[in-house]
Ligand binder design. Structure first.
Ligand code: ADP
Length: 186
């Protein structure tokens, strides 16, 4: 978990490779739906472009089958979900019914200054429709309001590790792997 621009996608991919498990990026899944022009994609495109969150039930319904499949194959890194308390509660219910458990929640901690810089850079590199100046500030605001409260939620469940993620991807990856091993006690 972490704010937009914290490196969830990059680190998620590397972690999945490192542990030989699947990387499930909810943002990528949603963008695939939009690009393929599915009903779901048409339903969420405008919301995403504004930098708002897609409705909780839509996201949970979309992501759960991916989690079930990946869990059956040996595990997963879930990137970009849950992002609200409602999603976190649903995620737990779904996980219970699938007999799946979260081992650790990694929080990528980055200063607002770095986030804005990274998102502006990504805007020129990737041409994502939600990386405009206006949308970036809305996404950071949505994150503060809807997602940051999950810090306390996962702290309370004893799952949280916070990793400073200002450094380059290589160093952050090493720090995340170390933090996960530390948390799992292996
Ligand atoms: P970032 O974290 O950099 O904003 P993502 O690719 O994770 O990028 O998400 C892009 C957009 O997809 C979000 O702004 C939001 O509209 C939508 N989205 C992704 N994950 C969720 C989620 N769990 N709940 C609701 N909307 C989501």
């Amino acid at each position: 978990m972490g704010p937009p621009g914290s490196g969830k996608g990059t680190q998620g991919m590397r972690l999945a490779q490192h542990f030989g498990i699947e990387h499930i990026s909810v943002g990528d899944l949603l963008r695939d739906e939009v690009d393929s022009g599915t009903e779901l994609g048409k339903h969420v495109a405008a919301t995403m472009e504004r930098g708002e969150l897609v409705p909780d039930d839509v996201v949970t319904e979309m992501v759960t089958p991916h989690v079930a499949r990946a869990a059956a194959k040996g595990g997963f890194i879930l990137d970009g979900y849950p992002r609200t308390l409602t999603q976190a509660v649903s995620a737990r219910q779904e996980a219970d019914s699938l007999n799946v458990e979260a081992d650790v929640v990694v929080w990528l901690d980055v200063s607002p200054h770095t986030l804005i810089k990274r998102l502006a850079e990504r805007a020129t590199e990737e041409d994502r429709p939600d990386d405009t100046a206006e949308t970036i500030s809305r996404r950071l605001q949505v994150y503060e309001e809807a997602t940051r409260p999950l810090l306390d939620y996962y702290q309370g469940r004893g799952l949280l590790v916070t990793v400073g993620a200002e450094d380059d991807p290589e160093h952050v990856h090493a720090a995340v792997v170390a933090a996960i091993h530390g948390k799992l006690g292996d």
